[in-house]
Structure formats: C-alpha cells, structure tokens
Design a protein. Structure first.
Length: 95
C-alpha cells in the first residue's frame, strides 16, 4: 500500500484498536473572509457512502481513500496522548 498512501506502524496499531477501519478524505475548511480550502483528514470510521472511495487492505486494517488523495505522497500517522490521540495526514515527500 506504500505507493497508494503510507501508513505508519503506530497508525496501523491505532486503527486496529479502533475497529480496523479508517477513511482518508478531503474536508472543507472555511476561512474568516469567505475562503475555502480542502484539507486531507484521516478518521477511524467508514465513510457514509463508500462507493466513491478506493478500498485497500493492509495488515488487518481497511482504508477507504478519496481517489484525489491516492498516490499523492501522503502519510497517515498518529499523535497525541492517551484519549487525545488521533490520526493525521501529512506529506511523506521531502524537498
């Protein structure tokens, strides 16, 4: 799955602990002056409508990935402490 999207070992373990399914999608964020930006987010749930997503399995986890985010050099990892831990998406490419 590395060519589709990179998922750290810590993120895989976190996803397994939270049901074994994660979704990587674009989430619209609105600015203060009417601007809009789509930000890549990862969450431990299935999408409401999985039809438009690519489905990938790796090491007992299932990832639903927005096709616009596949093969874009992205990495899913986990950060935070105890109950505040959460997944995040970042670029795995270095300049």
């Amino acid at each position: 799955m590395l060519e589709i999207i990179d998922v750290s070992d810590a993120a895989k373990a976190f996803i397994k602990q939270h049901g074994g399914v994660a979704t990587v999608r674009l989430s619209p964020r609105h600015g203060c002056c009417g601007g809009l930006a789509n930000v890549a987010v990862a969450e431990t749930s299935s999408p409401n409508d999985p039809a438009p997503y690519q489905r990938h399995s790796d090491q007992a986890i299932i990832l639903f990935i927005d096709p616009a985010l596949a093969c874009q050099g992205l990495r899913v990892d986990v950060e935070g402490f105890w109950k505040l831990r959460h997944l995040y998406v970042e670029s795995s490419l270095s300049c």
